[in-house]
Design a protein around this ligand. Structure first.
Ligand code: B3K
Ligand code: ZN
Length: 899
C-alpha cells in the first residue's frame, strides 16, 4: 500500500466552481449524475486531471458536452482536459444495498444514507476527494421515498423528487444524503440575530419517543456557541438523522448531521444517565463542527486535529458549563489515560498531527481527538482566558471559508499575544507521553520559624489579583489560569530574605516512540498550588511554564514548609511520576482545594494498594480506606465526585504502571487484586454503604439532568460494592422496582457481581428483544462481567446468538469490544481471548474494514505481557495479517503492531 506524507502536500490543479448532483435511487443500481465546473487553479503547477473514484461503474463522461474516454484505475481516473474552465459531466452506477463497509452511499434498515469522511465520496462519484477542494453543491434526489434530504437549504420538492442547495462551499467529505421512510421530531430555534431555523430529528417510525432529549441538547448547544464563541448557525434548516448501522458516533455534514442511533436516541426507559450525557456531548460536538470543521475546514487530513482537537475541547467546555466541571475533567482524564496513554506508549503511537499514513481512517484516534483537545487546553491555560477568545475570534475572521492548517491556528495566537509558539508546536509533532519527575527543597528563612508567619508578605505575590480576574468565564469549581504569580526561576531570582524558600525542580523526559528516537523538551504548563501543614491553601493555583528539560521554580516568603499540589486540574497530558507516601496522599485527599488533585490523591492511594496487592499478598492500605470513608461521608461533596472517588483504577491502568516500571504485568494477579480490594472496601464500608444507598434514592420522576444523575452515579457505585457482601439482595430489589434503564442496568450488573441474575438476564432479553440499543447493553454486560477464564466462552456463545450480526458495528463492539475491555479475560493465559477476537476480526474485515481496523487496536498492548501471552497474541495478529485480500485499513494496523 502507498504511504502518504504531510511533506508532499501540493494543491490540486483545478478549482471547483460548482457541483450539481442528481441521484436516481435504486437499492442495487443507483445512478449518480454529476455536472462539475472546473477551472485551472492559479496556485497550482501540476495540471494532472485526476479524479478519485472507487467501486464505481462509469456509464458515460463528457467535457463541455462532448463524450470523452478517461483512463480508469481502481483508485480513479485521469483525462485530458482543456487549459481553461470547463464542465465535466459523468454518470456512474453504484450498489448501496451491497455496501457493507458503510462508507459512501449505503443502506441501513431500508434507508439510504451516506458517510463520506474521510474518503467516502469517491465511492459515490468521480471527484477530487480532498478537503482543500471546496465547492457549492446543488443536489437533486429522485426516488419513491417519503423523505429525501441533503445538505443546506431546501430548494424544491415534488412527487418523487427533492432538491437541496448548500450555499457554503464545502469539501466532499461533508456531503450527505438520506432517503427513506422516516418520521421527524420537529422544533425551531431563533438565532441571536433573529433568524429562524427549522430543526428536525429524523428517525424510524418506532423511535419518535426517543428524540426529545437530543433536540433539547441541540438547542442548548446552539445557544452556548452563540454566547461563548459568538458563533451563529448559518442555514435555514438543521437536520439530524438517526442511523442504526454506523461506523462511529456521528458525522457533522453541513445542515444534515448523521448520527449512530446510539448517539442520539434516548428515553428514560431505554437509555442510562451515561448515555444521555454522551448524547448531549456528541450533539454539541457535531453542532460545534459547523464552525470548527465546516466553515473552516482542514487543508489535508494531516490537519485533522485542527477540527477534532478543537471541537472536542469545545464540547468539553460545554459539558463543564452545563454539568459539573470537576466531574467532567476527572472523567476526561480517566478516558485519556485509558485510551490515549496506551496508544501513545505503544506501537500505534503517532503525533497529534501525524506525518504519514496509509489509511487516514486509522488516524481518528484518541491522540488526534483527546490529546488534540488537551493541547488546546494547554494553549488556553498558557495565554489566559481573554487572549484565548481573542485569538479564536481572529481565527474565525481570518480563515472563514478556508481549508486551514495547524500553522494558521498557531499564528492567530502568536499574532494576538506576541508569543513565539515555536516550541509549543512540538505538542503537534512529537509523539509519546512526557514523564515529569519532581524534587522538592525547603530552606527555612531566618525569621520564618515553624508555624510563625513570615515577617513580611510573600514577595511578588500577584496570585490573588490575577486569580480573580483571570477566570472570568467561571468554569465552576476548577481554579485555573492564574499566571505569572509569586515564584521565580531559581536561576534568576535574588536570594530571598524573610520567610522560607520552597523550590520545585522538574525534569521532563519522553521515551522514544516508533519513528522518533530523539525527543526535545516541550512546553509544559504545570498548575501548582501550595497547602500549609494544617491543610489551608497558602498559595492559590498558578501556572508554572516549564520549557527546559530540567527546571526549578522557587516560592519565597513562606512561613512553613508547604505541601504542594502539582498538576492541578491535570494541566498537561503528562505522567507525573512522583512517589508520595500514603500519609502525603491521604493529606491531599483530605485537604486539596483542587477537586481534580483531591481525586488524584485518592487514586494514587488506590494505585499503590493495587500494585502491592498484585505483586504480593499485601492488604489494602489503611490510609486509603480511611481517607475514602471520610470523603464518602462528606455530604458537601457532589455525589458524582464521590462516585468517581470510589471507582478503582482500571486493571489495564495497573498493567500499564507495572510496564512503565519495567515489570511484566500478570492479568490474573491484577484481576484478583482488584476483586479482593473491592471486597475489602465493601467490608470496610459496610455500615456506610446502606446509608449512602438510601440517601441517594430519588423519589421524583426520572430526569436525565446532572443533579439526578449524580445521585444515581453514587448509588450505582455503592450498589456495586454492596452486591459483594449482601448476596445481591439490594440489587434484586432494585431490579424489581426499576422504572428507568440506569437503575435496571445497574441492578442487573449488581446481580451478576453477586453471581446471580440468570433469570433477570432472560427477563431482560424478553423485555427488550425489539430494541437494538438496549440489546447491545445486554450483550455487552454479560461479557464485561464474565470471570477471566470464562469471558472468551461467553463472548463466543453470544456471537452465535440469532441477534448477533457482523453488519451492525454497535453489536460487534458490544460483544467483541467488551471482551477487549475485560482485561483479564482478553489477556487470558490460554490465548483464547486473542484467538476469538482475531477470528471475528478476520470475518468482519471482508465486510467492514474501517471497524475491523479500529478494533484491531485492542491488541496494541500485547508486548507488555509475558512470553507465552505474547506468543498467543503474535499468532493471532499474524493470522489476521496473513488473511488473503485483507483490507488496506487492517493491513496497516496489524503491520504497525507487529513491527
Ligand atoms: N468527523 C467525524 C468522524 C469521521 C470518522 C471517519 N472515519 C465525527 C466527528 O469527529 O465529529
Ligand atoms: Zn469531530
Amino acid at each position: 500500500p502507498q504511504t502518504i506524507y504531510l511533506k508532499d502536500y501540493t494543491p490540486f490543479g483545478f478549482t471547483v466552481e460548482s457541483v450539481e448532483l442528481t441521484f436516481r435511487l435504486a437499492p442495487h443500481a443507483t445512478r449518480v449524475l454529476s455536472k462539475i465546473r472546473f477551472a485551472p487553479n492559479p496556485e497550482a503547477t501540476d495540471r494532472t486531471f485526476f479524479l478519485h473514484g472507487e467501486d464505481l461503474r462509469l456509464i458515460s463522461a463528457r467535457i463541455d458536452g462532448r463524450e470523452v474516454n478517461p483512463e480508469l484505475s481502481d483508485r480513479g481516473l485521469t483525462c485530458a482536459v482543456p487549459e481553461r474552465a470547463f464542465t465535466w459531466e459523468a454518470e456512474v452506477e453504484i450498489d448501496p444495498a451491497n455496501n457493507t463497509a458503510l462508507e459512501g452511499l449505503y443502506m441501513s434498515s431500508g434507508m439510504y444514507c451516506t458517510q463520506c469522511e474521510a474518503e467516502g465520496f469517491r465511492k459515490i462519484t468521480f471527484y477530487p476527494d480532498r478537503p482543500d477542494v471546496m465547492s457549492v453543491f446543488t443536489v437533486r434526489i429522485e426516488g419513491d421515498l417519503p423523505v429525501m434530504l441533503s445538505n443546506g437549504n431546501k430548494a424544491g420538492q415534488g412527487a418523487g423528487w427533492a432538491e437541496w442547495h448548500d450555499p457554503w462551499p464545502k469539501p466532499a467529505y461533508l456531503f450527505a444524503l438520506v432517503a427513506g421512510d422516516l418520521v421527524n421530531h420537529p422544533d425551531s430555534f431563533t438565532t441571536g440575530s433573529g433568524r429562524a431555523v427549522e430543526l428536525n430529528i429524523w428517525v424510524r417510525p418506532g423511535d419518535l419517543h426517543k428524540c426529545a432529549f437530543g433536540m433539547e441538547a441541540l438547542k442548548r448547544s446552539m445557544t452556548w456557541d452563540e454566547e461563548v464563541y459568538g458563533r451563529e448557525y448559518d442555514l435555514d434548516i438543521f437536520n439530524i438523522v438517526a442511523v442504526d448501522d454506523f461506523n462511529m458516533g456521528a458525522m457533522e455534514n453541513n445542515g444534515l448531521n448523521i448520527f449512530n442511533s446510539s448517539a442520539v436516541l434516548a428515553s428514560p426507559e431505554t437509555a442510562t444517565d451515561a448515555n444521555f450525557e454522551r448524547i448531549e456531548a456528541i450533539i454539541a460536538h457535531e453542532y460545534f463542527h459547523n464552525w470548527t470543521g465546516n466553515r473552516i475546514t482542514c487543508r489535508d487530513w494531516f490537519q485533522l486535529c485542527l477540527k477534532e482537537g478543537l471541537t472536542v475541547f469545545r464540547d468539553a467546555q460545554f459539558t463543564s458549563d452545563v454539568r459539573s466541571a470537576p466531574v467532567k475533567r476527572i472523567g476526561d482524564v480517566m478516558d485519556l489515560r485509558g485510551r490515549q496513554f496506551p496508544e501513545d506508549n505503544g506501537p500505534l503511537s503517532h503525533p497529534v498531527r501525524p506525518e504519514s499514513f496509509q489509511e487516514i481512517n486509522n488516524f481518528y484516534t484518541a491522540t488526534v481527538y483527546e490529546k488534540g483537545a488537551e493541547v488546546i487546553g494547554m494553549l488556553k491555560r498558557l495565554v489566559g482566558e481573554e487572549a484565548y477568545y481573542k485569538a479564536v475570534e481572529l481565527y474565525f475572521e481570518r480563515h472563514d471559508g478556508d481549508a486551514a492548517t495547524i500553522e494558521d491556528w498557531l499564528k492567530v495566537f502568536e499574532d494576538t499575544t506576541g508569543r513565539d509558539l515555536g516550541q509549543f508546536k512540538r505538542w503537534y509533532s512529537q509523539s509519546g507521553t512526557p514523564r515529569l519527575t519532581v524534587e522538592e527543597a525547603w530552606e527555612p528563612g531566618e525569621t520564618g520559624a515553624e508555624g510563625v508567619p513570615a515577617s513580611r508578605p510573600p514577595s511578588r505575590d500577584l496570585a490573588a489579583e490575577q486569580g480573580a480576574s483571570d477566570d472570568s468565564k467561571g468554569s465552576q469549581g476548577a481554579p485555573d489560569q492564574v499566571r505569572g504569580a509569586a515564584r521565580e526561576q531559581a536561576s534568576g531570582g535574588a536570594a530571598p530574605t524573610g520567610g522560607g524558600t520552597y523550590t520545585l525542580t522538574f525534569r521532563q523526559e519522553t521515551r522514544p516512540t516508533p519513528g522518533q528516537e530523539e525527543k526535545l523538551p516541550q512546553v509544559i504548563p504545570i498548575a501548582v498550588g501550595l497547602l500549609g501543614p494544617n491543610g489551608a491553601e497558602v498559595r492559590p493555583t498558578e501556572v508554572l511554564e516549564m520549557t527546559q528539560a530540567e527546571q526549578s521554580f522557587r516560592f519565597t516568603g513562606l512561613a512553613t514548609k508547604p505541601v504542594p499540589s502539582i498538576l492541578r486540574d491535570f494541566s498537561a497530558p503528562v505522567v507525573l511520576d512522583r512517589s508520595l507516601t500514603s500519609t502525603e496522599n491521604a493529606f491531599l485527599l483530605a485537604h486539596d482545594t483542587d477537586p481534580f488533585n483531591r481525586w488524584e490523591a485518592g487514586r494514587n492511594l488506590a494505585r499503590a494498594t493495587l500494585l502491592d496487592m498484585a505483586t504480593g499478598d499485601a492488604r489494602p492500605d489503611g490510609d486509603y480506606l480511611d481517607g475514602l470513608t471520610a470523603v464518602l461521608r462528606d455530604r458537601g461533596l457532589d455525589p458524582a465526585l464521590r462516585a468517581q472517588m470510589l471507582a478503582l483504577p482500571t486493571q489495564s491502568e495497573i498493567a500499564q504502571m507495572q510496564h512503565d516500571r519495567g515489570q511484566t504485568p500478570d492479568p490474573e494477579a491484577i484481576y484478583t487484586a482488584h476483586e479482593t480490594l473491592k471486597l475489602r472496601m465493601a467490608e470496610h464500608l459496610q455500615d456506610l454503604l446502606p446509608v449512602l444507598y438510601a440517601e441517594n434514592q430519588i423519589e421524583a420522576p426520572y430526569r436525565p439532568d446532572a443533579d439526578q444523575a449524580s445521585k444515581r452515579d453514587l448509588s450505582t457505585a455503592v450498589l456495586g460494592l454492596l452486591s459483594r457482601i449482601d448476596g445481591g439482595a439490594q440489587a434484586a430489589q432494585q431490579y424489581a422496582r426499576a422504572d428507568n434503564m440506569t437503575l435496571q442496568l445497574s441492578a442487573l450488573a449488581g446481580l451478576l457481581i453477586a453471581g446471580k441474575g440468570e433469570a433477570e438476564l432472560e427477563a431482560f432479553q424478553q423485555q427488550w428483544k425489539d430494541d437494538r440499543l438496549v440489546m447491545d447493553k445486554w450483550f455487552g454486560l454479560q461479557v464485561s462481567h464474565a470471570a477471566p477464564a470464562r469471558a472468551a466462552e461467553v463472548a463466543e456463545r453470544l456471537t452465535r446468538h440469532p441477534d448477533f450480526t457482523l453488519t451492525n458495528p454497535n453489536r460487534f463492539r458490544a460483544v467483541l469490544g467488551a471482551l477487549g475491555m475485560n482485561h483479564a479475560g482478553f489477556h487470558h493465559g490460554s490465548g483464547k481471548g486473542y484467538a476469538l477476537v482475531a477470528d471475528k476480526l478476520i470475518a468482519l474485515d471482508a465486510k467492514n474494514p474501517q471497524t475491523t481496523a479500529r478494533m484491531c487496536a485492542l491488541f496494541q498492548t500485547w508486548r507488555r505481557y509475558d512470553a507465552s501471552r505474547q506468543a498467543h497474541a503474535r499468532a493471532a495478529l499474524e493470522r489476521i495479517a496473513a488473511t488473503p485480500g485483507l483490507s488496506r485499513d487492517t493491513t496497516e494496523m496489524v503491520t504497525r503492531m507487529l513491527a
